[in-house]
Write a protein that binds this ligand. Sequence first.
Ligand code: GAP
Length: 460
Amino acid sequence: MSFPDVMEKLVSLSKRRGFVFQSSEIYGGLGSVWDYGPLGIELKRNLQDRWWHTMVRSRDDIEGLDSAILMHPRVWEASGHVSGFVDPLVDCKACQGRFRADKLQDAQCLKKPSKKPGEHSECQLTEPRQFNLMFKTHMGPVEDTSAAIYLRPETAQGSYVNFLNVQQASRQKVPFGIAQIGKAFRNEITPGNFIFRTREFEQMEMQFFVEPGTDMEWFERWKAARMEWHRGLGLDASRLQFHPHGPTELAHYARAAFDIEFDFGGSLGPQEIEGIHNRGDFDLGKHQEFSGKRLEYVDQANNKRYLPFVIETACGPNRTLLAILANAYREEPVPGEQEGRVVMGFHPALAPVKAGVFPLTKKDGQPEMAHAVADDLRKRFPVFYDEAGAIGRRYRRQDEAGTPFCITVDTESTKNNDVTIRFRDDMGQIRVAASQAADVIARHLAADVAAADSRRVPAA
Ligand code: GAP
């Protein structure tokens, strides 16, 4: 099954509704760098909070960490990033374009008409050279090579260098994990596809330290658990798949690896949103060697000491957010109306705004009552109050924002002290006491079904 290409529609809806803006737009923008607007930051935070809850708070064998972006430069020598985190780059002297030598087939020359690099008669491609993807900067006032440091290209190394700190402070025993959410930077040669591949992005990574010999069993366990987590976001199961890494694809640190891919539709198609890696003792071994500090785990109960193996789950929230946007986008006709509607069918637990609250008219005490209802709801979840325009248009605006519930105060409401709750996905309505509205919505959210459907949970 092929899924439609909604990328252009997502870029425009994201700007119009405040999910994602181009960085520094008033200066013409900065290539492939994006800012998250009022709805985007709520959606991203809900996603990250959900990950943190699953990986850290709901378990007793994973600890959280927030390590610094700037690290000792030797870290990146030990990790292999200084020598190995490179892509082959070719420049075109005619159009000044820069392309990945191994991806020329997917690239476009900057000259029109559109052709692949090297296909125009004027193209002058250089020989490939290795280009390191790490951003370099200088620490302190002196700009010499001795002060050069890097912006981290992954959060993982912060967890490895803190392995013993965390283990000893938390008194964890192997097997246990360290989880982080944080920024990472890569000077990608060919960023693009909106927020799919950018130079500044975030990662939600977890490093699980296990006894050698038990690693493949844990690898399989984490593979299954992470796929289940992505399904739980409401991502359509038929758009998710595993992609095993063959010997030529494996990263320098990996003994085995699988990507979790989501089918973004159109020409982008299935792409990695998370990687699960068996990193063996590569990282702890290298840091032990380069730092000269012993990083072995002492298993006192069994009188053993060893370097644990690491099973890593490495997810990108920006890419996963793009998957959530692509998965949620739908256009559909509305019975009895000429214009259809655009719905962002987010899983209710991820939706940036949980409820829209509207008075039907601006008179007869309706705005006052609607404000009181909104204030009550706002103590528990993000709410949007709106009294501008026809009620149909207000519903449409919330459908586009992915708001799962809309509460309307009408002429009956002020007499009977009740409201209607309208469900985003089937536009059905129920009438409940105004004092019960927050509880009804909270019940729907707490039930947390693995589907992006606001009607799936019974109200009682
Ligand atoms: N520590 C292992 C590691 O970093 P990775 O596969 O290079 O593994 C993990 O990255 C995840 O980070 C990817 O699955 C992707 O979701 C996200 N990611 C990587 N590069 C990215 C980029 N340039 N822009 C956005 N997300 C990116």
